[in-house]
Design a protein around this ligand. Structure first.
Ligand code: PGA
Length: 244
């Protein structure tokens, strides 16, 4: 279960979240929990989560190791503050910040280089879904973002299916719609990286996941977890998702 905090919370709010959240998930051993705060609050989050079963991730990175890239943050820097995960290619980055499949691919490789687990996001817009192009978009995202990865590298990544029309809109994909796309991703994985990679791949669903719809989603064998935005900002609500 991964929480994507987007551009919310100060350092003080980060620490107070963990004070309330950690006792609530102490016993939820059935899943891994990752929280992804904004860059400046990563050290506070790592500190607050130390010794707990909650891992910390960033929401993006830049692929170069270092250099004259004003405003950017490298995989190595994220690793060096104690993060273990990083979200790559979120639809908001594709939509507002020019992220493409090629930049997602480069960032994924940069994350793998320093042993950060990439959570690679794919997903179609409402227009694409209504035009019957969901499968084509998802396959293009998977091909574009994963091309050139070895099976060994691929085995280290998580994929998040996030239909853009379901993000922050309150419209969750039905468990069946989500499972259909997850099946497609797994099929593509099988063809590209083999049956073992397909069986071991963890695919998260994201888009208006809430405490009251998590059970239905997780009842689908194809859905291995969730990437949660809005509902991960509140400790009680994210704990009830993690404890589904
Ligand atoms: P949401 O966001 O849960 O607020 O819809 C999900 C995401 O963008 O990862």
């Amino acid at each position: 279960m991964a929480g994507n905090w987007k551009m919310y919370k100060t350092a003080a709010e980060t620490s107070s979240f963990f004070e309330k959240f950690l006792p609530l998930v102490e016993r939820s051993e059935h899943c891994e929990i990752v929280i992804c705060p904004p860059f400046p609050n990563l050290p506070a989050a790592v500190e607050a989560a130390r010794g707990s079963r909650v891992a910390i991730g960033a929401q993006d990175l830049f692929w170069a190791k270092e250099g004259a890239y004003t405003g950017e943050v490298s995989a190595h820097m994220i690793r060096s503050v104690g993060c273990s995960h990083v979200i790559i290619g979120h639809s908001e980055r594709r939509q507002y910040f020019g992220e493409t499949n090629e930049t997602v691919r480069k960032k994924t490789l940069a994350a793998l280089d320093v042993e950060l687990t990439p959570i690679v996001c794919v997903g179609e817009t409402l227009e694409a879904r209504e035009a019957g192009q969901t499968d084509a978009v998802i396959l293009a995202h998977c091909r574009g973002c994963m091309s050139g990865l070895t099976p060994e590298q691929f085995s280290k990544i998580l994929i998040a299916y996030e239909p853009v029309w379901a993000i922050g809109t309150g419209k969750t994909a039905t468990p069946e719609i989500a499972a259909d796309v997850h099946r497609l991703i797994r099929l593509h994985t099988r063809e590209t990286f083999g049956p073992e990679a397909a069986a071991n791949l963890h695919i998260l669903y994201g888009g208006s996941v809430k405490p009251d719809n998590i059970k239905g989603l997780m009842a689908q064998p194809e859905i291995d977890g969730a990437l949660v935005g809005g509902a991960s900002l509140d400790p009680v609500s994210f704990a009830s998702i993690a404890n589904f």
